[in-house]
Design a binder for this molecule. Structure first.
Ligand SMILES: [Fe+2]
Ligand SMILES: [Fe+2]
Length: 236
């Protein structure tokens, strides 16, 4: 069940359940780590912030589930959705998770060596996802937009999207494998008994990222690419 935060919810619980809240708490200097058992209202007052305003900001972070039928929408809309939802999410989440992992590994790396391995996997994954999204945004998606607007034949001189789509699919497969290894290393993202709020925020953040990347890859592999191939098949 997703957490619906109120002024009474312990701030540590909010930080764990809604990973993006950590950025807000850090900016507003709310103590979510050692003072994690205080409720949101108390933590906000101690930091000299308006509790209702902080709660409003946190509630705004909980993302709407993706209920739209993307098999019917305009291709351009689907591309906009992928960029504004999933690419944007990753660009925000990757540096946030990376700095959480650095903190956790510094404090708990001795007792939890799995965190160090997890960081190595994260480094590999993030190092691939960044150029991957750049290739989509700069090469593949503009080509798909041109095909959707002008038709497959009119854009033939720009090359076929088949080769870049295959490369993207190979990279998706690799990302999926790394995510599986990360989940194994992190014991299904169940934090150990002695985990602090930062440790918990890292695990729930990584789990949220995994879910988002799964949905993201699903949209590209199972909806976007087949629809582009269909357009090509119709013109032959
Ligand atoms: Fe993508
Ligand atoms: Fe992709």
């Amino acid at each position: 069940m997703p957490l619906v935060p109120t002024l009474d919810t312990p701030i540590g619980e909010i930080a764990a359940a809604i990973p993006a809240s950590v950025t807000v708490f850090e900016r507003l200097r709310l103590d979510f780590c050692c003072g994690g058992s205080k409720n949101l209202e108390d933590a906000a007052r101690r930091a000299g912030q308006d509790p209702a305003a902080v709660l409003g900001e946190i509630q705004g972070l909980t993302r709407e589930p993706d209920a739209r039928d993307w098999t019917e929408a305009e291709l351009g809309e689907l591309l906009d959705h992928i960029i504004s939802t999933h690419h944007l999410y990753l660009k925000e989440a990757m540096p946030r998770l990376w700095s959480l992992a650095a903190k956790v590994s510094e404090v708990h790396g001795e007792r939890h060596p799995e965190i160090r391995e997890l960081r190595r996997e994260m480094s590999g994954l993030f190092g691939e996802l960044e150029p991957h999204m750049m290739k989509e945004e700069q090469i593949l998606f503009p080509l798909i937009r041109a095909i959707a607007d002008q038709g497959w034949e009119a854009t033939a001189a720009q090359g076929s999207p088949e080769a870049p789509m295959r490369v993207m699919e190979m990279e998706h497969e690799n990302a999926g494998k790394v995510l599986k290894r990360m989940r194994q290393l992190a014991g299904d993202y169940r934090p150990p008994e002695d985990a602090c709020a930062t440790f918990r925020a890292l695990y729930s953040g990584l789990e949220e990222m995994e879910q988002d990347v799964h949905r993201h890859i699903h949209l590209e592999n199972n909806i976007l690419h087949p629809r582009v191939r269909d357009l090509g098949a119709k013109t032959v």
